[in-house]
Design a protein around this ligand. Structure first.
Ligand code: SAH
Length: 213
């Protein structure tokens, strides 16, 4: 089967699983996932599964990327902060839906590789940073949307504070051994509202940057 045919099959599967936002589906369709998947896993690039990307990290399952992106409700004029660049796949999907994505990763090696893919795919509205995502990106705050692609032990309020009024954050929360839940936090004039959306399993959001390997 060609990459195109595999992509069509994947998009159909995502629709069946309840992804119905056509902007999100077409953004996924425009990002070749095989670009972000390491050589040994190319055959599985369009399977609806998470795959290893090195440093003990994973590229998220397409359904989870689609779901989180859909629930983030991104508008095309928005400024979005992503914590956990990883392969850069989720970043690339977001880049098609908003004005600019700011993305932070604690592994320099993963970040460099992701940057190469952004250049290759001519995605020019992505700004990257090597650092601890727990700090967010104070110089660029406030953000209209924040997405965290690693599991936080609890709702990261340091990031929530970088949300604009009316802004939303999607974050998997919970102890890694027990699985986590995707939470959507909305900043209101009065404070924050949270909704629990979906049980998931993510690699943990770690404190500090990684030592180079
Ligand atoms: N969105 C990614 C998912 C990668 S997995 C993709 O589609 O490929 C989660 C990523 O979060 C990993 O790369 C991990 O190194 C990173 N991460 C974990 N804790 C972090 C932190 N405190 N700051 C920045 N990145 C972090």
């Amino acid at each position: 089967m060609t990459a195109d045919a595999r992509m069509v099959r994947l998009i159909m599967e995502l629709r069946r699983e309840g992804i119905d936002d056509t902007r999100v589906l077409s953004a996924l369709e425009r990002v070749p996932r095989d670009t972000f998947v390491p050589g040994p896993f190319q055959e599985q690039a369009y399977d609806n599964i998470a795959l290893p990307i090195g440093q003990g990290q994973t590229i998220s399952q397409p359904f989870v990327v689609a779901f989180m992106t859909q629930e983030l409700e991104v508008g095309d004029r928005m400024k979005v902060l992503e914590i956990g660049t990883g392969s850069g796949y989720q970043t690339a999907v977001l880049a098609h839906l908003c004005r600019r994505v700011y993305t932070v990763e604690r592994y320099r090696t993963l970040l460099r590789l992701a940057e190469q893919q952004f250049t290759k795919l001519r995605l020019h509205n992505i700004t990257t940073r090597f650092g601890d995502g727990n700090d967010g990106w104070p110089e660029q705050a406030p953000f209209e949307r924040i997405i965290v692609t690693a599991a936080a032990p609890e709702i990261p309020m340091s990031l929530a504070e970088q949300l604009d009024i009316g802004g939303k954050m999607i974050v998997p929360v919970g102890a890694s051994s027990m699985g986590q839940e995707i939470i959507r936090l909305t900043r209101t004039e009065e404070g924050f509202e949270s909704e629990s959306l979906l049980p998931v399993r993510f690699v943990p959001l770690v404190k500090g940057v990684a030592r180079e390997t």
